[in-house]
Design a protein around this ligand. Structure first.
Ligand code: IMP
Ligand code: MG
Length: 173
């Protein structure tokens, strides 16, 4: 059967919103160096667009954590499969992620990074599904709040597919 994907957020809206988030971050961090920590693989499209739209220089680094095996349901566990290249002690760090769903992944990653004593730690996400939250977690910068639908595109995948879609879409079975 052919997979149909319905557009939830069109490309222009996403780029325009990321530009606004970039402006807000650039203003906030204009006087201090900032490190963007992208969570692989989902964050890469959002992170590159955000970094390029920011008017201040940023450093970037990546961590990989996997909480979803395959399919649409969370395993509830987070496995760090790639760590940062260097210490973040004393640094201003922004975690960049594609989506907060149950919040479990970012909750655990935030705790882990806070133990490394950064000067500050904020969280920027492209998408937020507030109705799905299982642990208390509020992102500092949110691109869009979306309903409880499984979405793909802009780094978000379904079984590793559709990450490269330039819009946010919903898979219709
Ligand atoms: P959480 O720990 O439940 O917040 O899940 C976070 C991770 O689950 C995200 O980084 C995504 O990789 C994945 N995820 C959650 N919702 C979706 C979705 O709608 N589409 C694709 N991946 C999702
Ligand atoms: Mg992810």
């Amino acid at each position: 059967m052919e997979t149909k994907i319905e557009v939830l957020i069109p490309e222009e809206d996403i780029r325009a919103r990321i530009k606004e988030m970039a402006a807000e971050l650039s203003e906030k961090y204009k006087d201090q160096p900032v490190l963007l920590v992208g969570i692989l693989n989902g964050s890469v499209f959002f992170l590159t667009e955000l970094a390029q739209q920011m008017s201040i220089p940023v450093e970037i680094d990546f961590m990989a954590a996997s909480s979803y095996g395959s399919g649409k349901e969370s395993s509830g566990r987070v496995l760090i499969t790639k760590d940062l290249a260097r210490s973040i002690e004393g640094d201003h760090v922004i975690i960049v992620e594609d989506i907060v769903d149950t919040g479990q992944t970012l909750h655990l990653l935030t705790e882990m990074l806070l133990e490394r004593n950064p000067a500050s730690l904020e969280l920027a996400v492209l998408l937020d599904k507030p109705t799905r939250r299982k642990v208390c977690l509020d992102a500092d910068y949110i691109g869009f709040q979306i309903p409880d639908e499984f979405v793909v595109g802009w780094g978000l995948d379904f079984n590793q597919k559709y990450r490269d879609l330039p819009y946010i879409g919903v898979i219709k079975d």
